[in-house]
Design a protein around this ligand. Structure first.
Ligand SMILES: [Zn+2]
Length: 459
């Protein structure tokens, strides 16, 4: 039985969707859509259609045309094999809960199992409670390093030091081949030692094909100059440096600190908790994030109820519970001692910043929405902050914070010694330095057979 692959999404940018099958057993790993904030029609104002959701997503390229995943009812007349007629024993694996890796899950027929790491599953449950998940479907979950099977395919998840809680990569062993899909990966986070240990453990396996997150190659001018190394160079920003920068901004400052983050990135929240303790500031969350912090980190939390009437009208169960267990900090306490506070303010709650007009305030933009310069919402935020005389501090770019630098990728490949490498999640995959491994740039949605030293196109 041979191992076959199809690359549906992620060959020229984010949003990875790949299928791997061996006989009748089939895995789809990651199921997101490309992150395209500058060109997409969805602006948060347009209402997505419910009845034609799958058709609209297929038409707009938000969903790849994967056979046997969507119900006949959802597909209507769309010419694609429906889940009911699928000849495969299929499972979907999700590496982490960033949207470019899982936004399509809500469209997958409920009969098809979807797998998440145990930690990601806990995050998903917390997101559901606060109304931030788009699905209520069941998930299967797994522990890192404990193999599980889809038919005869053996899967083992490995830790990946990505900021999103529960991130992992997958070692996939079929009857004849071994593939490692990295998920989103980096080696400059706080847990990089563990990340390198995982590579050490994986290097004992004979890997036929490595599918790797190569996002940062998009920023390379001269890829030939990249040498494999574990080193974090002076030009590269590490997670420690970002934390240091935040600490420096706070140290001795009389200003109120406002922060905006993406609350699926628990690693950053953990760091902020420690920084706030050291700087003797009270870290004050919005209720939604506080709920996640309680559930995932089991830390005591302080909250502020910015626009209280908004919450009072229909207090959901999670907020009722939170109000009993969290410290509620009144706005007056924040305003009277701004130097003692660090307050979360997400983009959608920006009107709350009007309360700080008379207080010197710094706004730490820590990869929360809006994430990309050039989008309208980003420009609106900047001009609003200007108008309020709030100082904007952006720590680094989203991309370099979340993804491994090219020299680290080259080092990872040098150690794993795969026969073949397919870069994904990059707009310049051809720039990846692959040491002795053969670089493969597959065509989208073509069927390939994985052979000893090649991916052979079948149709
Ligand atoms: Zn990603």
């Amino acid at each position: 039985m041979s191992t076959e692959l199809k690359f549906y999404e992620g060959l020229h940018g984010s949003g990875v969707v790949i299928s791997l099958c061996c006989g009748k057993d089939r895995l789809i790993f990651d199921f997101g859509s490309p992150f395209t904030p500058l060109t997409q029609i969805e602006d948060g104002v347009l209402l997505p259609r419910k009845q034609a959701a799958v058709l609209d997503a297929l038409t707009l390229g938000k969903l790849p045309e994967v056979e046997g995943l969507f119900s006949r009812e959802a597909l209507q007349e769309w010419p694609l094999l429906c889940a009911e007629k699928s000849p495969w024993n299929t499972a979907v694996l999700i590496s982490h809960l960033h949207l470019d890796h899982m936004s399509g899950i809500r469209f997958v027929d409920p009969s098809i199992p979807v797998y998440l790491s145990e930690e990601a599953w806990r995050l998903e449950k917390a997101l559901r409670a606060i109304g931030e998940s788009e699905t209520s479907r069941e998930f299967q979950h797994f522990q890192l390093h404990q193999p599980f099977y889809v038919g005869k395919i053996r899967i083992t998840a490995y830790f990946s030091d990505h900021p999103c809680a529960g991130s992992c990569g997958f070692l996939i062993e079929t009857e004849d081949k071994t593939v490692f899909y990295s998920g989103d990966i980096r080696f400059h986070g706080l847990r990089r030692e563990q990340a390198w240990k995982e590579i050490e453990a994986l290097s004992k396996k004979k890997i036929d094909l490595l599918i790797v997150d190569a996002m940062t190659t998009a920023f390379l001018n001269d890829p030939q100059e990249i040498l494999p190394s574990q080193e974090i160079t002076e030009q590269q920003i590490s997670e420690d440096q970002i934390n240091k920068l935040i600490s420096e901004k706070l140290a001795g400052s009389e200003h109120l600190a406002v922060f905006n983050l993406y609350h699926r990135d628990l690693q950053l929240i953990q760091s902020l908790i420690e920084i706030a303790k050291k700087q003797q500031r009270k870290l004050i969350f919005e209720p939604e994030t506080a709920w996640i912090v309680q559930k995932m980190l089991h830390e005591p939390v302080a909250i502020w109820l910015q626009d209280y009437p908004r919450y009072q009208q229909h207090l959901p169960a999670w907020l009722q519970k939170l109000k009993k267990s969290a410290e509620i900090v009144p706005l007056s306490a924040i305003c009277s001692h701004p130097q003692n506070a660090m307050v979360q303010c997400s983009y959608r709650s920006s009107f709350s910043l009007l309360d700080f007009q008379k207080i010197p305030t710094d706004y730490l933009h820590l990869y929360g929405e809006p994430m990309v310069e050039g989008t309208l919402s980003y420009q609106r935020l900047r001009s609003f902050l200007n108008r309020l005389n709030i100082q904007y501090i952006g720590a680094s770019t989203l991309y370099c914070f979340n993804h491994a630098y090219p020299n680290h990728l080259a080092e990872m490949i040098r150690r794993l010694q795969p026969a073949l490498v397919v870069p994904v999640h990059s707009s310049a995959p051809e720039k990846l330095q692959t040491d002795k491994a053969k670089l493969i740039l597959p065509k989208q949605a073509k069927r390939y057979r994985l052979e000893e030293n090649d991916l052979v196109e079948l149709d």
